[in-house]
Write a new protein. Structure first.
Length: 162
């Protein structure tokens, strides 16, 4: 590094502080934090399936600060397949990532609640498809999730509560 009066300061050393207005997101690691898959009616449920099961899916995003600009972002999936009113399978997945985020305060929450989940989602989708297939069902291929809309609904609900 050369010395002088450059954009990095008087001695050319880069500042450890994020540059003003700069936005950055890096995923340091991803992991399955918690997962369960149950087929309560096995093996009878497989012979009773005459049509595709109804599969309501609940998705939630949670963020926890670990320290500094490091956060844990978790995607929570609650999936319950119903076959003619009987439980086909029950799956719960909590998929986490350690994320380093740099952004002005007003952009930090959307970055963590929208962009990080968007990067994590393909891995969750693959896990869910593999587990449902390995559990004896056709692979459940989740359609892309609109994390922007999910974030807007969360903000709107928070505004209505307080």
């Amino acid at each position: 590094m050369t010395e002088g009066n450059g954009a990095n300061g008087a001695n050319g050393a880069q500042s450890a502080q994020p540059q003003e207005g700069r936005i950055g997101l890096a995923i340091a690691g991803q992991y399955i934090k918690d997962m369960s898959f149950e087929v309560p009616g096995a093996p009878e449920i497989f012979s009773q399936m005459q049509k595709a099961p109804e599969i309501p899916i609940a998705v939630d995003v949670r963020v926890r600060q670990l320290g500094g600009n490091h956060f844990e972002v978790t995607l929570h999936f609650d999936i319950k397949a119903n076959v003619d009113g009987k439980p086909g399978f029950v799956m719960e997945l909590v998929y986490g990532a350690v994320v380093q985020a740099t952004a002005p305060q007003e952009h930090l929450q959307p970055l963590l609640m929208i962009e990080a989940p968007r990067l994590m989602f393909p891995f969750c989708r693959n896990i869910i498809a593999d587990i449902t297939r390995d559990g004896g069902f056709p692979p459940l291929m989740l359609q892309p999730i609109d994390f922007v809309q999910l974030y807007r609904e969360r903000v709107q609900a928070a505004q209505q509560q307080g």
